[in-house]
Write a protein that binds this ligand. Sequence first.
Ligand SMILES: *[C@@H]1O[C@H](CO)[C@@H](O)[C@H](O)[C@H]1NC(C)=O
Ligand SMILES: *[C@@H]1O[C@H](CO)[C@@H](O)[C@H](O)[C@H]1NC(C)=O
Ligand SMILES: *[C@@H]1O[C@H](CO)[C@@H](O)[C@H](O)[C@H]1NC(C)=O
Ligand SMILES: *[C@@H]1O[C@H](CO)[C@@H](O)[C@H](O)[C@H]1NC(C)=O
Ligand SMILES: *[C@@H]1O[C@H](CO)[C@@H](O)[C@H](O)[C@H]1NC(C)=O
Ligand SMILES: *[C@@H]1O[C@H](CO)[C@@H](O)[C@H](O)[C@H]1NC(C)=O
Length: 550
Amino acid sequence: MARGQVAWLLLGVLVAAAQASLASTIPAKPVSISKSLNESQNIGKSLPDSAPVFADEAAGFQPEQIHLTYWGTPSKMAVTFASGNGQIVMGEPPAAPVATQEAQAQWGFKADKLSKNVTCVTSSYVQNQWAFLKSPSYVSPYLTSCLMTGLPSNTMIYYRVGWPEFDSWSKVYNFKTYSAKRNFPFKVGVMADLGLSTQTLGVVKTLSKIQPQVVLNIGDLPYADNYLPNGKEGTIKGFKYLLSFQPRWDFFGRMMEELATHVPVMTSTGNHEIEFQSDGTVFAAYNTRYPVPQNRAKVSPVPNRFTKEEPSPDNNMYYSWDVPGTAHFIALTSYIPNDTFTTNTSQYKWLEANLAKVDRKQTPWLIVYFHAPFVSSYEASFKQVECMRLTYEPLLYKYGADLVLNGHVHAYERFYNNYNYTLDKCGPVHITIGCGGKPGEPGSGVAALDTKFIEEGSFFCKDPTVLDIKPNLAQPLRCHTFQPERGGMCWNKQPEFSAYREPTFGAATLKLLNETHADWKFYSTATGKSVVADSVVINKLDQTGCKNRQ
Ligand SMILES: *[C@@H]1O[C@H](CO)[C@@H](O)[C@H](O)[C@H]1NC(C)=O
Ligand SMILES: *[C@@H]1O[C@H](CO)[C@@H](O)[C@H](O)[C@H]1NC(C)=O
Ligand SMILES: *[C@@H]1O[C@H](CO)[C@@H](O)[C@H](O)[C@H]1NC(C)=O
Ligand SMILES: *[C@@H]1O[C@H](CO)[C@@H](O)[C@H](O)[C@H]1NC(C)=O
Ligand SMILES: *[C@@H]1O[C@H](CO)[C@@H](O)[C@H](O)[C@H]1NC(C)=O
Ligand SMILES: *[C@@H]1O[C@H](CO)[C@@H](O)[C@H](O)[C@H]1NC(C)=O
């Protein structure tokens, strides 16, 4: 390490320590840590297929990749698992297989007395890649979701899943249900952009140790589409988001099992979940593997695929859930194929109706999460979802959202309360935490972390229309905005509403203490240890007088 780097590292630690003890949501001088990691740390090495955490230890039909999803109310929890093996196939792939047996979840109040039975729904999916360069396709294992209902609140629940017919069962796991009345203090784990790298393991281990009551995974899960169908890392020009190595999804399910069998993990969609197929199907892996509490009249654990035939709102793309007496959570998507992201769209109308129904006396905290950030002062993906921001930000402001949590930019950045690129105590705190471990691409010059700040300039600063090549079906053309007082399209310094930014790997916890106070802690895990690099007390009493918060 060069002496300069040591100095940067020390400075980083000192500033981080000062920050950790002092931060509040009252705006102060923006803090920026630019070079706390050396280059080899920044790459975050991709784990090979042979990594021990990817090993399939299930025999035959035994359930694996087991994970919990909170189904919106303390009495319901979904559990999803895989059985059998995914297959790589050449030629036009067969139809997705249909299970002939019924799987079951069993639960109870003691590990050796699981007296309640739940029948489950099994499905599967095909990732058809034959149309793209005659690449091998993938047929998934059976993917089963079971909805446990009638769970008493505030209770330790033991469960296992399996196939009665084959007498093939998982181990017994447990989780604790929430209170039906009030849940302060309530601890939420937050992470995004994980991938499967040496750094990802540190991020997941940090949250596994902390055991929050729920974890948000804000999009870009395994990055299967950063691999070619033969398993090699890389993408082919013109085939980005089309080709993938689907076994990475299975690896991801195994890596997450330790955490996700005890703590529900609430996912949302990133651009690397799109995975376009030739018939227009998108999000097949995501939707089949990661059900969410849908906002449909008939609650069903069977996830829908987002296809032309079955558009929103009955799908996995956006949803909400309550932690009673505590918080209302809303997951949105920055990626709906061919959406205009205007007010005349299903997601927007759904959001408007959802927000109008929130009772802040019941759920004082209003937390919104989706992949691509509205506010960021890194060069990467700068103002990339500006069309969405212009439409959605006024609505989130109107209803007094407390926190907007994002990923996508591979770095960490916390903002003071802001609105429309201006400090505003009545606006939400925005935090970008897309630093969950996504590996760099060795040799390609693509580092794992986005280390460049917007004030360092970019090719699009002078003429942002160079970004408007063509709509990529996932996002509308960009809606360029300029803030002349900040230097134009690209800002010329860290804006005053950016509180703390650091390109490092990590995850965070949000501890909701009571109606007015919450503790946010960001753990940097890059050096192999888990260190609190940024923390803040969110105090809503500072927002007294805000009309949108009464
Ligand atoms: C960079 O970090 C890695 C991982 O901590 C360490 O092994 C390596 O020695 C460091 N390299 C330099 C040049 O400091
Ligand atoms: C639950 O299912 C098991 C088979 O897995 C069966 O033996 C048992 O009788 C069922 N219990 C109830 C209460 O239905
Ligand atoms: C989006 O539009 C393109 C081009 O018009 C079309 O080919 C594609 O099928 C559409 N996708 C969906 C999901 O509607
Ligand atoms: C809203 O969208 C629908 C189609 O989804 C269209 O028929 C209608 O004209 C649009 N309304 C406005 C005001 O643009
Ligand atoms: C946001 O700020 C711009 C000026 O930078 C202004 O033109 C626009 O009206 C503002 N939007 C809202 C919703 O207040
Ligand atoms: C909420 O928590 C904060 C921080 O612990 C504390 O200072 C405050 O008094 C609490 N408010 C209530 C109403 O208990």
